[in-house]
Every structure is written in structure tokens, then in C-alpha cells.
Design a binder for this molecule. Sequence first.
Ligand code: IMP
Length: 425
Amino acid sequence: MPAYAVIGAQWGDEGKGKIIDFLAENAAVIARYSGGNNAGHTVINDAGTFKLHLVPSGICWPHAMNVIGNGVVVDPDVLLKEINENDLDPSRLAVSDRAHLIMPYHISLDQLEEQRRGDAKIGTTGRGVGPAYIDKVSRQGLRVGELLDPEDLTLRLPAIVAFKNEIITKIYGGDPIELNAVFEKANMWAGQLAPYIRPVENLIADALESDGKVIIEGAQGALLDLDHGTYPYVTSSNPTVGGTLTGLGMGPRSYGGVAGVFKAYCTRVGEGPFPSEIHGEEGDSIREQAGEFGTTTGRARRIGWFDAVAGRYSARVNGFDAMIITKLDILDGWEEVNICVAYEIDGVRTEQFPVDAVTLDRAKPIYETHPGWTESTRSITKNSELNDGARAYIHRLEELIGVPTKILSTGPRREETLVIEDFLA
Ligand code: IMP
């Protein structure tokens, strides 16, 4: 059976968790491929409200296997907390032996590096994600599987910690990390995580060869992608579709569909250019109404109009064949809604998305204004219940992005979902 990717199409926080939980009813495997516990996915269903950072959003379905792929960076403290809080046994969760570990020194370094950047800070989540990926690339990382090899840890860890402590103390003036404390943690992690650690690419391949559908769960969003996002204001992994192949060890022919999850407007957390940002009271009132505060850090999200220039770019670099639009109900009752259809950069109109942050920062949004709608879209589940104003807005987004909408999310709960066309067909 094919795989279906559900990818953040903007700057993250598009509501992927809710969508994955909805789709997971019909999936055998739900797999994460990138990022770490910088992500925050909120899932609300009859069993309660779940705020997940690391484990996939399929955990509320007892039949489903949840997989953390090799492309993810794993903070074992966070993983164990989520395992315990959600009673996950190894028949429902597997972690790749080749996923890299977020170690205590990565968390210290993330925070120290941000402080040192001062005004040029990225606004990271401070969870050690960037430094863990740096170590992966510089071949100084430790992988989850190494927890099960104490000899290897005894050999490598002292030199790594000594080197990190030189950086922490001599460059940043921070407090050194205690080697013994790290060893103790590693032993504890090994004992508790051992049953979950597996070569997950086999598990994915087996599912693809059998009847089960595999849902690939995005974290962050395409515009935060290390290669395709608004560099340097990006995360340190590849949330775009390419990251799914390296982050899980699967081939492109496995795909049955790639959906981009778009919020009906835009948000961004952290620093970086955001051409359609709504400043002042209007933005503040949307933030309050929509509860736009980060699941991971609690930070206020910046609010903006739907940016079709960025959206079209995102659709291209991911090859989306479906749009999933979330938070449509937040726009109910607005007199007018704007869509950013082009930018003006240095006096010239363009419909191309300039990925480099300096140019993008000079982009002024060119808006198309649409009449709003007074009828509520909240909780609607049938196409016939969609009012004409909201339908026209969705159609215009489809035209601008060039991709059909398959699912509309009309509230945070699982059942507040309108399926226009089955994405997993
Ligand atoms: P990092 O991933 O913690 O290194 O942060 C890099 C940038 O990505 C910052 O602007 C963060 O706010 C942003 N970011 C990371 N994860 C998420 C997410 O799950 N949602 C939204 N923004 C995120």
C-alpha cells in the first residue's frame, strides 16, 4: 500500500497533528521523519487533549504503529515522558536506532548560541535541535542505537563531553556539563528505551508491501526547511518532502499522495521575514481569538494574511497533489479577507518567492481583497454546509496554489473535519 505525506506548507503550526489523528484511523503506520521536540502537535478527540512533541500524532488509535525515523533528533527525556504519559508500549511505538540523540550539552549550546547572537537571533525553540543536527553532520553525534552499546559510549562520550565543555565554558562562559551525570542518564535511557529501538526502515518497507497505509507526518513547515526555507531563519532539518525519503529510508515510488497543510491565514514563530504579517491590534485580536501561542514554547505567534506567493512556492518544492486547509472557522465573521497574491520588491512586482531572507524582508505584499462571510463554518462536516463566501475563498486559494483541496478543518476536534475528497484513496 502506498505512503501518504502530510507536510506543513507554511512556517509550521498549520494544525498537522489534528489532521494526522483524523487520518490515522485508516493507517497502519504513522511515521515522523524530521525535526525533534521543537515541534508541538495538538490532538483533541474523545480521549482528551494531547500535546505531543516527539511521538507521532497517531498514538490515539490502538491499531496503529507509530514510528520515529532516523531523520528525527531524539531527546530521550522527552520521549520517555511522552511514552509514560500515553502508556505506549513497543507494539505501538518504534524509534530508529539511527536517529541522533539530543544530549544535555546540545540544549545548553542552543540557548547559549542564541544569547550570543543577540539582535541577530533566530528565535529557536531552545530544545537543542540545531546543535544535535550540527553534530550529526560533523560526525560527532551519538545515535539512539549507541545507547545499547555501553562500550561504544564509554569510548566516545568522554572526549565529546570534554570538547563541548571547552566550547560551553571558554567561548560562552557557561556552566560545564558533568560527564558522570551524562553517563547516568544514558544508562537510564538505555534501560527504558531498549524495547522501542529498532531498524524502522524494515518496519516501513513491510507495511508498504502489505495492506497497511503509511502516513508520513511532517513537523515544522516547508518555509522553515534548511534548504528551501527562509535561510538563515529556518530549522536545522528538511521538513519538505525530500526529507521523508532520507528521514525514513524509503523510495519515491512508495508515494500515493503528498498533501500540504495550509492554515487559512499564516503564522510564524521566531524571527525572520514574513511579508504578509498583520501588525498591531488586528493581528493581536486574531492571535487571541485563534489561540495562536506556541505549543512548545508558549510564544505568541506572529499573524499574517494567507500568502499565496509563498504557498505556490511551497507546493512546487514539495510536489503537493492535495491541499488540506485548517482553521477556516477563524475567518468566520470577518468583513473582508486579504490574500497576498504578489510582492513588490524594490518597486518591481513579482509572483516569485525570493527565498533569501534579505530580499524577502524587502518584499511588500500586494493584496487581493475578498468579501468575508457571516455564516459559521465551525464544526461543519458536509460540503453542502459550506457557505458561498468561504467556498469562493477556498476556490481562489486553489487557483493561486494550483492544487485541489481535499480536506477542510473546521475546529480543533477530530470530528470537526470536512472531507471533500478522500486523500488516502
Ligand atoms: P529550532 O528548530 O528550535 O532550531 O528553531 C528554528 C526556527 O524554527 C525558529 O524560528 C523556531 O521558532 C522555528 N520552529 C521550530 N519548530 C517549529 C514548529 O514546530 N512550529 C513553528 N516554528 C518552529
